[in-house]
Design a protein around this ligand. Structure first.
Ligand SMILES: *Cc1c(COP(=O)(O)O)cnc(C)c1O
Length: 476
């Protein structure tokens, strides 16, 4: 009876491990489908307005019986890979793109097949060493000492959260002290920083928004004045967050001056460089980021500036002991996993335990392509943004600040009529055309169209398509 049951269950459960020939068929179909997507990417729209918005997904509920892969791929094409934004397209010029170099996927494929346990050194020493090597490489780019570490996260949001949590604990902001604590930001900080502050239990701290100069950079003098004022009132200034590349205009805060104020006043200096950080690979940006090595922590997004597919951010932390203190935990059932001082485990440095081996998806592209094309690609993005800036101004458009990196604002002010309405209509026309995609923002009540160039697939011809759509636009 028992043996019969086992045999029957085994027969059924073995379906989860397809045979060599079955795998070959599945692999080939998925590779063919993915390859044709990549081969056709320049002819596919960057944005598709669809009437169903992927609702076909609902017609395929999870059921007892499996379905054919052909049917599944048809559904994916229709419901997932068509409607909305196509972030793999070079025409994605909205939000902050990146693209997704295909070698990321190859790394992921192996990470998933081999399924190494990258959370703990004891489980997979090689995987942990690889992730730590990548983190140390990023630390060295930033000028951090060899003792610095951090964590490979799912994205910039979690990277910011880990940094803010560490800052909170290092500066002794216990729940009893939160209402005396002060955090300094600008209004241009990415909203995930405010989210992280709330999640970290710091919502009742005083949040001071420091005024900005005309280029939307933090006014360091105003920061100093505010810190002194707060200290005089018996408050505890403990954290200042600067940005290297704000989302709206790509502004770079005065890093050196902020670092000096942070050092003088015993504050943690965190930099959100999720968008801009990897521009440090471009010589002319090094100067702009001067003082970055004086910060305490940095959030940076390889799924933006290294063009990886979504799912890889990083936090770099100078005082790794502080990061460890905030994130480690010992459980009895983990007693075999001895802590190795020279190679700390991701599980002790982040909220995660079991996690995707995301190091491989970053390591493989860097190993296969080498750094050179990444550098060139980042520099190309800066020049493409400048090219658009020049061209759009020639056409009589207004712009925001001259692009510091590869993000800028632009809009047209017609002689008659509402400028905001005009630019909204222009934005919709770009979406309707679909070959390229841009997004918008509101700054001091003014509607601006944004251009964000960061996909490795974006080249001059992409920008020319945008200019062509702008030139052809006639408001009804
Ligand atoms: C994208 C971005 C974030 C958020 O990162 P995610 O990877 O989307 O979680 C934070 N800050 C800045 C400046 C960004 O551009």
């Amino acid at each position: 009876m028992l043996l019969e049951k086992l045999a029957q269950l085994e027969q059924e459960s073995r379906k989860l491990a397809p045979s060599t020939s079955e795998r070959q068929v599945l692999n080939q179909k998925i590779i063919d489908y993915s390859n044709s997507f990549v081969d056709e990417i320049d002819n596919r729209p960057a944005y598709v307005i669809s009437s169903t918005d992927g609702a076909e997904i609902k017609d395929y509920p999870i059921q007892e019986e499996g379905r054919s892969l052909d049917e599944i791929l048809d559904l994916l094409e229709l419901a997932v890979h068509t409607p909305g934004l196509n972030p793999a397209s070079g025409g994605h010029l909205g939000y902050i793109p990146g693209g997704g170099v295909v070698t990321t996927a190859m790394g992921d494929y192996m990470a998933d097949i081999f399924n190494r346990y990258a959370g703990i050194f004891y489980g997979s020493p090689g995987a942990v060493r690889m992730e730590n090597l990548l983190i140390r490489w990023m630390c060295s780019l930033m000028g951090y000492p060899e003792t610095a570490l951090g964590n490979l996260t799912s994205g910039g949001s979690i990277a910011n959260l880990i940094a803010i949590t560490t800052a909170r604990d290092k500066k002794g902001i216990t729940s009893k002290k939160v209402d005396q604590a002060v955090i300094y930001l600008t209004e241009q900080v990415h909203h995930c920083v405010q989210k992280a502050i709330r999640i970290a239990g710091l919502n009742e701290a005083k949040i001071e928004y420091i005024p900005m100069d005309e280029l939307y950079r933090m006014d360091a003098t105003a920061l100093q004045t505010q810190v002194e004022k707060d200290q005089a009132n018996g408050l505890i200034p403990f954290l200042v967050v600067g940005s290297i590349g704000t989302t709206d205009v790509g502004a770079v805060d005065p890093i050196n001056s902020i670092a000096t104020i942070a050092e003088k006043n015993n504050m943690w200096f965190h930099i959100d460089a999720a968008y801009g950080g990897f521009f440090i690979l471009v010589d002319e940006c090094k100067e702009k980021f001067e003082g970055i090595e004086r910060s305490d922590s940095i959030a940076i997004d390889p799924h933006k500036g290294l063009f990886l597919s979504y799912g890889t951010g990083a936090v770099l932390i100078k005082d790794v002991k502080a990061q460890l203190e905030s994130h480690y935990y010992k459980a009895n059932y983990m007693q075999d996993a001895v802590v190795r001082e020279e190679e700390l485990s991701p599980a002790d440095l982040s909220p995660e335990l079991t996690k995707h081996f995301r190091g491989l998806r970053m390591w493989l592209p860097l190993q296969v392509h080498g750094l050179q094309p990444f550098r060139a690609c980042l520099e190309e993005k800066i020049y493409l943004c400048r090219y658009f800036y020049e061209e759009i101004r020639k056409r009589g458009f207004e712009t925001g600040p001259y692009p510091e990196l590869s993000v800028m604002l632009w809009r047209f002010v017609p002689q008659n009529g509402d400028a905001n309405a005009y630019n909204e209509a222009l934005l919709n026309a770009v979406k309707k055309d679909g070959r390229v995609f841009v997004s918008s923002t509101t700054l001091n009540g003014i509607f601006w169209i944004r251009l964000a160039v960061l996909s490795f697939r974006t080249h001059k011809h992409t920008i020319d398509i945008l200019l062509e759509v702008v030139d052809g636009f006639e408001k009804e």
